[in-house]
Design a protein around this ligand. Structure first.
Ligand code: OOG
Ligand code: MG
Length: 255
């Protein structure tokens, strides 16, 4: 029998101390997807035991660009905690990461809980605001390589995120241009429509998957819809900015 607690400690330590680990599936720890979600739960519980608290959920593999880049095509989710939030315009320090990448996203702020099977219109009623956001992903696995259970066990590479100005969700955000730039040079250009045709579908997916796991999305939580484009590797000194049409911009620097 696989010791899921020991694996949870292994991935949590890798994230805590920013040390790369071999892929679980390459080292005799072949998890089923439900076991991988259990490892994720146990590893994030270790963060809660250190005083962190859950502030939201992030979705993964919700765009073709992300699926193609990572070679995986099933929607996944991970847990966001309070220490992962970087203030807009703030800095991250490379030494706290293994090999971070950044991707442009849309974030939702919930004003009401959301649970289980809901329609996009129902999901919309729970949305307080939306914002342009940047997710900094950092797989703890060597060479940023993993299969689906590996990445799920590693809290879906979640490490930090930056949220721009919250705007009221009464604009049509189904197909807004998104330009991510490094030091003023565009490195990824996409559209919010790349996320499942409409980013609201990522929120619907989050309610469903978290519901199947016995939980719900809570009022006050931030839900990250998933990268609209492929992710880009971060290097020291970069200034990263995302400009989202009609939504404003969000940025951070790497030191
Ligand atoms: C897994 C996380 C995927 C997204 O937005 O698709 C993700 C990874 O690519 O390392 O956050
Ligand atoms: Mg992401």
């Amino acid at each position: 029998m696989m010791d899921l607690n020991a694996i949870a400690e292994f991935v949590d330590d890798a994230s805590r101390y920013a040390k790369a680990i071999p892929q679980l599936s390459e080292t005799g720890k072949d998890l089923t997807l439900p076991q991988a979600y259990e490892v994720q739960r146990l590893s994030v519980q270790r963060r809660y035991d250190r005083g962190q608290r859950q502030v939201g959920v992030k979705m993964g593999f919700t765009s073709r660009a992300k699926m193609i880049q990572m070679g995986l095509d099933e929607m996944i989710w991970g847990r966001l905690t309070n220490v992962m939030l970087v203030e807009d315009g703030g800095e991250i320090d490379l030494k706290n990461f293994v090999h971070p990448r950044v991707e442009p996203e849309i974030a939702f702020l919930l004003k009401k809980p959301l649970e289980g099977i809901v329609s996009p219109a129902e999901a919309m009623l729970s949305v307080e605001a939306i914002a342009p956001a940047l997710e900094i992903i950092d797989s703890r696995y060597e060479n940023f390589k993993f299969n689906l259970p590996d990445v799920v066990a590693d809290n879906t590479s979640t490490s930090a995120y930056v949220v721009g100005p919250w705007v009221r969700p009464d604009i049509d955000f189904s197909n807004l241009g998104m330009v991510m730039s490094f030091d003023g040079r565009a490195v990824q250009i996409g559209s919010s429509a790349s996320v499942l045709g409409h980013p609201l579908r990522a929120l619907v997916g989050a309610a469903k998957l978290v519901g199947e796991d016995g939980g719900r999305l809570e009022a006050g939580w931030t839900i990250m819809a998933g990268g609209a484009t492929a992710a880009e590797a971060l290097t020291s000194g970069l200034h990263v900015r995302l400009e989202a049409q009609n939504m404003g911009s969000v940025s951070f620097s790497v030191t």
